[in-house]
Design a protein around this ligand. Structure first.
Ligand SMILES: NC(=O)c1ccc[n+]([C@@H]2O[C@H](COP(=O)([O-])OP(=O)(O)OC[C@H]3O[C@@H](n4cnc5c(N)ncnc54)[C@H](OP(=O)(O)O)[C@@H]3O)[C@@H](O)[C@H]2O)c1
Length: 306
């Protein structure tokens, strides 16, 4: 590895529980050199540097920046926040990675892509862009490993259900009776770090990642209750109310459209998926909802009596 240069991790600063930040930490723990790409110099960049990463600042929508950060790296994790420019960033990364000649590009995607065809995409602009990005990467001929996780515990359930569980001990979502199997980004990152550490056996593979159980939101609420030792219930709210709330909270049109589609797919049972990808790739079972809520109990309002 020493002669191969650092492993590039994009989106390395990350929002709460972000994949890139976790992957950076795990690779450093393995003693592997990491170039962590961030969008700006801030406390998160300082923390990455303190942890031992080489921090580079750049914009994934600027080809010259992407060329600069990929140069000298043989392995790349590509992921960034859900945003309108995702496809452009993916294709830019593909063009640069081809020019430089990387030996592995690990691409973050979404599990919904597994159910998509030309005749049957989804209305979510983000999901369509992931589908198109996967197509473009396949045409590129690059050595790609595709990661398709289902919904994140850190990136969705914690921020979206945290406030109502804290205030009213209620999960309020328009998910109907649909089942879901959320996965922790800590597990997703463990899979990605394992792939980046030794990409050879994984090239051209697609890894679908879920949590250990697919259940409806009453089942999810029971796991919250067990973890918090107080009763948490699920309220199936009207989709229109949820959409109004997202807009009021200032979510971008792109993200709102994506989340509204996610809810629609949940109601239609399209998130009822189960895989053993996490355990197969890392040797450890995926984290359950109960374990996750226990770990973050304070942010869900704490245990009964606290
Ligand atoms: N959330 C879910 O439930 C879920 C489920 C399955 C798959 N996914 C996929 O996971 C990915 C998101 O992963 P994540 O939650 O780990 O990411 P994240 O924390 O939302 O974002 C990672 C970083 O991307 C950076 N970024 C955004 N635009 C950029 C640009 N133009 N140039 C450089 N950096 C940029 C952001 O920088 P700043 O922080 O400085 O803005 C952010 O820190 C997406 O591909 C999403 O579709 C998400």
């Amino acid at each position: 590895m020493a002669n191969d240069g650092p492993i590039l991790v994009t989106g390395a600063a990350g929002q709460r529980g972000a994949v890139g930040r976790n992957v950076t930490g795990l690779l450093l723990e393995r003693g592997l050199p990491v170039r962590a790409m961030v969008r700006r110099e801030d406390d998160r960049a300082t923390a990455l540097r303190a942890a031992g990463a080489e921090v580079v600042v750049g914009d994934l929508l600027e080809p010259a920046d992407v060329f600069r950060v990929v140069s000298g790296c043989r392995r790349v994790y590509f992921g960034m926040s859900v945003s309108a420019g995702y496809l452009e960033a993916s294709v830019t990364m593909a063009a640069v990675a081809r020019e430089i000649g990387v030996e592995a590009l690990v691409n973050m995607s979404q599990m919904t892509v597994s159910q998509m065809t030309i005749q049957n995409t989804t209305p979510s602009p983000q999901q369509r862009q992931h589908w198109l990005s996967e197509q473009a990467l396949a045409w590129s001929g690059l050595p790609v490993v595709t990661i398709r996780p289902t919904v994140f515990l850190e990136g969705f359930f914690l921020p979206v259900t945290g406030p109502s569980v804290r205030a009213r001990s209620r999960i309020e979502l328009p998910f109907g009776r649909g089942k879901t199997s959320p996965v922790s980004t800590a597990d997703v990152a463990r899979v990605i770090a394992a792939v980046l550490a030794d990409p050879g056996p994984h090239l051209d593979r697609i890894y679908e990642l879920t949590g250990p159980r697919s259940q409806d939101l009453d089942g999810v609420a029971r796991e919250y209750s067990d973890a918090l030792k107080r009763e948490v219930t699920y309220l199936d709210i009207p989709p229109e109310d949820w959409e109004r709330g997202l807009k009021k909270a200032g979510f971008s049109e792109h993200l709102t459209h994506h989340l509204v589609t996610m809810a629609e797919l949940n109601r239609a049972g399209r998130y009822d998926r189960m895989t053993d990808g996490v355990e197969r790739l890392t040797g450890r079972p995926a984290m359950s909802v109960r374990e996750f809520v226990s770990l973050h109990a304070d942010e869900f309002g704490g245990h009964k009596g606290e």
